[in-house]
Structures are given as C-alpha cells and as structure tokens.
Design a protein around this ligand. Structure first.
Ligand SMILES: Cc1ncc(COP(=O)(O)O)c(C=O)c1O
Length: 416
C-alpha cells in the first residue's frame, strides 16, 4: 500500500457532514457527533422504501430483511467481530448495559465479585451495581489521583478467585486517556474472570477491533461515531450463548442475537449505520489506501488520528501555558496515549462561566460531570461545576481551534 498523505483532506471530509456548512463550531463531539449524509440518506431511504415488517415471504419483506441483515454484517465488520451473530443492537449504550447485566443476573452467586472503575460513565457502573441484589460484591478500581491513570498493580490487588467480571472504559469521556485494555484482558483472564469494555469515547477516534481488544464484551453508541442514536454490544459467542434469553419463551438461549434484543431492533437506524463503514472506506480510498474494507477503514482512522493529535496539541499547548488552568488528563498529546477529549478547570472560576462565554460566539463546548460523576467527585471538582470539556472530532479545523482559544483566553481573563 502506498504511504498515506500527511494531511487529511478536510474539504472532502467536511462535505460529508451537511451540518458543518452552517459555520457553527462543534466542539462537544464526545457528547454527540455530527451525522453523515450517507447515514441520514439511508435512514430516509429505508423509511420511504422498506417500511414493511420483516420475516414474511412477500418480496418487499424479504428485501427489507436483507437490508437489516446487511446492516448487522456492516457493523460486524466495523468492529471486527468473528461472527455476525455476536453483534447485539439496541437504542443506547446505557440500555444495552442494563439488558446485559439483566442477562447475567441469574448466574450471579452471593459473594461473586465485580470490579468497576471510578473513571467510567455511570452506564458502565450503575448497571453492575444492580447485581448487588443477587449478592454480588462491587469493588472499585480507583484512578490514581496523581497520574490520573488506572494503575494495573491496583487491579491486580483487586482481582481474586471470586472475580467474575471487570468493567472499564477504553477511553475516559473526561480524561481522554486510552486505557491498555488488551493488557487488562490478560490479567483478567488469568484470574478466570471476564472483561467488558465501554468504548463510547474511544470509537470515534480509532478503528474498533473487538478481537484485538481481548475483551469478552464491548459496547458503544453510534451517535458519537457520526451515526444515529443507536448502539451496539458485541460479545464473544461462547459467552453470549451461555446467557439466558431475555426474549419470549420460544426464543431460546441459542438464538443469537435475538435473545438479547427483545422487540424489533430499529430497522431504519440499523440500515443507516451502514453509512458509517461506507464513509470510512471511502475516506481511506480517497486518500490513496487500497486493500480490504478493514484496511481502508484503518487508513481513514490513521489520518483522523494524526489530524486530531495536531488539533489537540494546539489546544493543550495553549492550556499548558495559561496561568490558573489545570488540565484534567494527560497534558501533552503523545501519539496513541489519548483521544482529543480535553478537560480542564480554571482556578477560582466556575466551569459554567467559561462555557457561557463561549456560547456567545457559536462555539459548542460544555461543562459538568458528563455522567462520570464518581470521577468528578474523586477529583473534588463538584464545587466548581465539574470540568470544562472540549471534545474534538476529525472534521474540526485548526481555524476552529484557534477561534476557540481566542475566546477561551477572553473567558479565562485574569484568572487568579
Ligand atoms: C463513555 C460513555 N459511556 C457511555 C455513555 C452512555 O451512552 P448512551 O447515551 O448511548 O447510553 C456515554 C455518553 O455520553 C459515554 O460518554
């Protein structure tokens, strides 16, 4: 394969996202990304041409069914699932997590241990704590307050013969740090336990590879990855097969993935999601990549990552040099170490006051705990209204970051 160009073709990228034509600066992408025209077009097309119920023998129903199956195939390829039926679709990461832990519930014995982190979004904590009613013991793998990292030695101390599951995030939606999930998976498996990874904050920035992650289950939402409000939970086939059915009594435990998808999946949103993989392949090709769809998607993400790293470093360099600013996360953009989700606080200033100033200039950022409430509490930042978070996507430009920095500088003003 010929080497990729240094620069991402931003004109090409931005033309794929109609909302960007408004000129608004979207820097709350970890909250929700802009949607590809390819996705929206497919959703519309499905609704207007395929609105029939699946599973009948008439031609329209068969054709619609093939579209929904093609969607599952596309998502399976996007995440690199070994089997298409390992892909469970649902409305949101939070609801898939509740479903998943509901399926685990009958297998939980009093004293079984589950390890969660205090850096996660509550979606990957609260669903697990519900297993306490079956006698599960929840243990917290807490962030190191100096390094802001999850220390593997700490995990080792928590793992034991009763550990059943470890639940963690691939990248924190506040810190942005990419966690070494494959290493964690080795430790977890050596202890005889299983690993579930929340990749909501990671999937917009790297090509997901569930097999390379080492995880047993892996979940994220498409509305952060340029798609609709829809989500996927991948699970290792043997693990999924061992779970009971959450569906009707006649849909047994061997019927994957339907046993974990009570009710119809959203057909049109499923079909829309094909647009995500389409886009990634098209971007790889447009930048000179060749090879399999996964290779094309990988090339696209390599270009996205380099571009995002440059933008992130531009903002981090400003924040590092500004008196009174504390970056909550890795302060330097080291390749591979973090996604461009950048949080900070300003000494003596409520985080809201910084964000309100930016609101006036058509720049969308936000403040708060981002439902990673336990992390904000551990850092003692609730009193300040949480952090200010700027979350960059690959379609953002250097000019947008410069404009942001200019107005941030006004907002921070003469901080004490
Ligand atoms: C890291 C992380 N996990 C989980 C979620 C919840 O996703 P959903 O809104 O699809 O339930 C979010 C949402 O912001 C998130 O940032």
């Amino acid at each position: 394969m010929s080497p990729l160009p240094n620069e991402l073709n931003l004109a090409l990228v931005r033309a794929e996202f109609p909302a960007l034509a408004s000129g608004y600066t979207f820097l709350d992408n970890a909250g929700g990304s802009q949607v590809l025209a390819r996705v929206a077009d497919r959703v519309r097309d499905y609704l207007l041409t395929s609105s029939v119920q699946l599973g009948a023998s008439y031609a329209e129903s068969v054709a619609a069914g093939e579209r929904v199956i093609a969607a599952r195939r596309s998502v399976a390829q996007l995440v690199n699932a070994a089997h298409e039926d390992e892909v469970v679709m649902g409305s949101a990461t939070t609801s898939l997590m509740f479903l998943f832990t509901q399926a685990l519930l009958p297998g939980i014995r009093p004293g079984d241990e589950i390890i969660v982190t205090n850096t996660d979004h509550e979606a990957n904590i609260g669903a697990w704590t519900r297993l306490e009613k079956a006698g599960a013991v929840i243990r917290f793998w807490n962030v190191d307050l100096d390094s802001l990292a999850l220390d593997l030695d700490e995990l080792q101390k928590l793992l034991g013969p009763r550990t059943r599951w470890v639940a963690m995030t691939h990248a924190s939606n506040i810190l942005g740090t990419v966690n070494p999930v494959a290493k964690v998976a080795e430790l977890v498996h050596a202890a005889g336990a299983r690993l579930l990874v929340d990749a909501v904050a990671y999937a917009p920035h790297r090509l997901v590879d569930v097999q390379a992650s080492g995880a047993d289950a892996y979940v994220f939402s498409f509305y952060k990855v340029f798609g609709p409000h829809f989500a996927v939970l991948w699970g290792r086939r043997d693990m999924l097969l061992a779970l009971p059915s959450l569906n009707h009594y006649f849909i047994g435990p061997d019927v994957l993935p339907y046993k974990l998808q009570p009710g119809n999946v959203n057909y049109e949103l499923s079909y829309g999601c094909i647009g995500i993989a389409d886009y990634l392949c098209a971007m790889g090709t447009a930048h000179g990549a060749t090879g399999s769809p996964r290779q094309l998607m990988q090339a696209a993400f390599e270009l996205f990552e380099r571009h995002e790293d440059r933008l992130a470093e531009r903002l981090l360099a400003y924040l590092r040099g500004r008196a009174g600013v504390r970056i909550i996360g890795l302060p330097v953009q080291t390749p591979g170490a973090r996604v461009p989700t950048i949080s900070f606080t300003v000494k003596g200033r409520p985080s809201e006051s910084i964000v309100r100033h930016l609101d006036r200039f058509d720049i969308g950022i936000r403040f708060g705990d981002f439902y990673a409430k336990r992390l904000i509490e551990a850092l003692g930042l609730q009193g300040q209204g949480g952090v200010v978070r700027v979350s960059i996507a690959h379609y953002n430009t250097a000019e947008e970051i410069d404009r942001l920095v200019r107005h941030l500088d006004e907002a921070i003003g003469a901080a004490p």
